[in-house]
Design a protein around this ligand. Structure first.
Ligand SMILES: [Zn+2]
Length: 528
């Protein structure tokens, strides 16, 4: 059906010589913008024409060839493929019962039209059922699902910290195969997180082979981005080994060097990945441009054993002098790893400590920082959000400049990256600091990402491709959210199209929800 639409609306090259009446009908003409097509070529002044869900023309003189129902005057603005968020957590939006929430506005106002979901090992193996639910309810952006190792392991083994037996491993393999055959683009893991952290490298390899067999990729929040267990560099080596042994491309989620023990190790990480790439291995990564990760005070500072059994058990341990002392000792080490009390910004809105660092509140209370943290933890039964400043600019910039790195938000509730990642990367690292060019910002957020994840006819402004298109003002495109106000929509996206339908028109939501679930097609014969 799409091909037929295309045949009707694309005119032969002689069309510009025809009289106005012979102009072809089209839905949208985006006129006179600075067009970045998504590849390495420099921008050109051009028009982009949309008909149905496709781009039907990119070039000069669109008005002479087409009679559009709607024209967007784009002079002075950037016209680019809709941006692709390579790793994010939109669950509180796309799974909301509220149609307004499901529009996915935090992403739309960044110019993002496609999100990869089910990351960190969370993706359900029931891809077909999930797709049906999303498309029945309606979502504002396209979604690309992974099948997740965590979801698979929990379904078979629960939270158990042991290896699967032969029958259990078979069931896990079947679940990964099911997810892949229903259209997941690959297997995601979050080996940092329990219970996924209980898995050996070999267990992961066995399951990754199920994705490999069906043309999938391996995406990982690796076992250690810091110095918690095996350390950053050994963790990178483990990831590369999984890719080699299972025979599939590996992708590092939110690549970083986290915490004082590993800060400055980005050159070594990049070198390890470059070496693997030179040896012929397919290795890529995504990155978010923020120096702080988002977390809560409790898991950031308390040792895991202190949280076993939940809050009542924790409070009991804090009332026991011997275990309190062990907790304080462990907290001092975790605080050191995270860069000390000045590196933790308390961000829960409405609390007396919002906007202060742990160092500031400890000084005001005349307490050691770990004791100030414990006082907050005792008082705040809902958990206290923190921005944990644990990455350095040199590492971020080096990773950002690699030609195998794409943009991701890792957007999670309570951190401004959910609302402002793409505008921040553009406004700070391209426009203000020239760490990368505007061309590289767009390339690393569109075509390169679509190539990396094999997204069919996405990521480029090309005739016949799906019409995911952003129009933004290069002077106004910028974040408004910050660590203390994480839920402010970004500025500067004036018009945005998803599958040919306007979701933002003249800076306002249209309330349309034309997003689709984009499925991977496994090779013939690899699925029942
Ligand atoms: Zn993650």
């Amino acid at each position: 059906m799409a091909a037929a639409q295309l045949a009707i609306s694309v005119l032969p090259a002689t069309a510009h010589a025809l009289p106005a009446l012979a102009r072809s009908l089209a839905d949208v003409l985006i006129e006179g913008g600075t067009v970045y097509v998504g590849d390495d070529s420099p921008p050109v002044q051009a028009d982009v024409v949309i008909s149905g869900d496709r781009i039907v023309y990119v070039g000069p003189g669109g008005a002479a060839r087409f009679r559009p129902r709607h024209t967007v005057a784009a002079a002075g603005k950037v016209v680019a493929p809709g941006l692709i968020d390579a790793h994010t957590h939109p669950d509180s939006y796309v799974r909301s019962p509220s149609p307004a929430a499901r529009l996915n506005a935090p992403w739309l106002f960044q110019g993002v039209t496609t999100l990869l979901i089910g990351v960190d090992g969370s993706g359900t193996p029931d891809v077909a059922a999930e797709r049906a639910a999303f498309e029945r309810l309606g979502v504002g952006t396209n979604l690309v699902p992974y099948v997740g190792f965590g979801a698979v392991r929990e379904r078979v083994l629960g939270q158990a910290s042991r290896a699967p037996d032969g029958a259990e491993l078979e069931r896990m393999r079947a679940l990964v195969a099911k997810g892949m055959c229903e259209g997941a683009i690959g297997l995601s893991t979050g080996l940092f997180y329990a219970p996924q952290s209980f898995a050996t490298t070999d267990e992961v390899i066995v399951l990754a082979r199920e994705a490999a067999r069906r043309g999938g990729i391996y995406d990982t929040h690796q076992r250690d981005e810091s110095s918690y267990t095996i350390g950053l560099l050994k963790s990178v080596a483990e990831t590369l080994e999984i890719g080699r042994a299972a025979g599939l491309p590996v992708h590092f989620a939110h690549l970083k060097a986290l915490g004082v023990d590993v800060q400055g190790q980005a050159p070594a990480v990049v070198a390890a990945i470059e070496a693997a790439r030179s040896a012929g291995q397919e290795v890529t990564a995504d990155q978010y441009p923020w120096t702080a990760s988002g977390s809560a005070l409790e898991p950031s500072l308390l040792p895991a054993w202190a949280l076993d059994g939940g809050r009542p058990a924790l409070l009991g341990r804090l009332d026991d002098p011997a275990s309190l002392e062990r907790i304080r000792t462990a907290m001092r080490d975790n605080l050191r790893r995270r860069g000390g009390a000045p590196s933790l910004l308390l961000t829960t809105a409405g609390t007396p400590w919002a906007g202060q660092t742990l160092a500031q509140i400890a000084a005001a209370w005349r307490l050691e920082p770990v004791d100030a943290a414990l006082r907050i933890i005792r008082q705040d039964e809902h958990g206290t959000d923190v921005a944990s400043f644990n990455m350095i600019e040199d590492d971020i910039r080096l990773i950002m400049r690699q030609p195998w790195v794409v943009t991701s938000s890792d957007g999670s509730d309570g951190h401004p990256r959910q609302y402002a990642t793409f505008p921040l990367k553009y406004a700070k690292y391209a426009r203000a600091e020239h760490v990368i060019s505007t061309l590289e910002f767009i390339r690393s957020s569109t075509g390169r990402t679509a190539d990396m994840f094999r997204l069919d006819r996405r990521g480029y402004l090309r005739e016949g491709y799906f019409a995911d298109v952003v129009v933004f003002d290069p002077d106004r495109y910028a974040p408004r959210a910050d660590y203390l106000h994480p839920r402010l929509l970004s500025a500067g996206v004036d018009d945005l199209y998803v599958n040919g339908q306007a979701v933002i028109r003249a800076g306002r939501l249209t309330q349309l929800a034309p997003g689709r679930v984009l499925l991977h097609a496994p090779p013939a014969g690899s699925c029942p």
